[in-house]
Design a binder for this molecule. Structure first.
Ligand code: XBP
Ligand code: MG
Length: 228
């Protein structure tokens, strides 16, 4: 019998390699607004240090020395809403399959009576699109709690979204484990007192994960580790 009563999954890079779809959506949105901005893979890897799409865009605009009015919160929000539409369309078209072992891990935990939750920086719209596209119409219902970026004042590496997930689960950090892909995600989960299993993703494989309890290539071994 596992001591772990709930598994709290990160989304981007953990459930699926979604960041290429996010990058494509950002570039489609920039083109939609007639901006000559293009985020290539190398630049995006650097920009991913800033969590949150709106915060990432504001950071990039400030780097380009854009004037204050161009950075109005409403402007950024309008741009991000279009980006989300572009991203949801890419996910619905099947661009983001679940990573190796993820579906088996989700279904195994559920069969073992281990509760499932999500703690992510992205939006509910993006989470809903990914879970529906990869797990079907019942995908969302497999997660008892979905805590998303816009539900909390501070995004990862702040612990806010993990605190919210734990509060809604009604569990202590010691009763749960977080599954993450990034150093920002590990920092957030550790700050909330959670043990963390990391499955580094394409955009985070260069990062260091000293504070993680486990660093795994994927979730293929999840069932055995859950039973330890
Ligand atoms: C990763 C993020 C998100 C995505 C883009 O979230 O930092 O900002 O890069 O999504 P996770 P938005 O915590 O799931 O790894 O544009 O919706 O922010
Ligand atoms: Mg992530």
């Amino acid at each position: 019998m596992t001591r772990i009563r709930a598994v709290i999954f990160d989304v981007d890079g953990t459930l699926a390699e979604t960041e290429e779809a996010h990058r494509t959506a950002f570039n489609e949105m920039f083109s939609h607004f007639g901006l000559d901005w293009t985020w290539d893979c190398d630049l995006y890897r650097e920009l991913l240090k800033v969590t949150g799409g709106k915060e990432r865009m504001r950071h990039y605009a400030e780097r380009k020395g854009l004037s204050a009015e161009a950075l109005q919160p409403q402007t950024i929000a309008d741009m991000h809403a279009v980006k989300t539409e572009c991203y949801v369309a890419l996910v619905a078209a099947g661009q983001c399959p679940l990573r190796v072992g993820v579906e088996k891990a989700i279904r195994h935990a559920s069969e073992q009576g281990v509760r499932l939750a999500i703690a992510t920086t992205t939006s509910h719209a993006n989470v809903d699109a990914l879970l529906t596209a990869t797990l079907g119409p019942e995908g969302k219902d497999m997660f008892e709690v979905i805590a998303a970026g816009d539900d909390v004042p501070r995004k990862k590496p702040a612990p806010d979204v993990y605190h919210l997930a734990l509060k809604r689960l009604g569990l202590a950090p010691s009763e749960c484990v977080a599954i993450e892909d990034s150093a920002n995600g590990v920092a957030a989960a550790r700050a909330a007192g959670l043990d963390v299993w990391v499955t580094p993703s394409v955009y985070t494989s260069h990062e260091s994960f000293e504070r993680a309890a486990r660093v795994l290539p994927d979730l293929e071994d999840f069932a055995r580790l859950l039973a330890l």
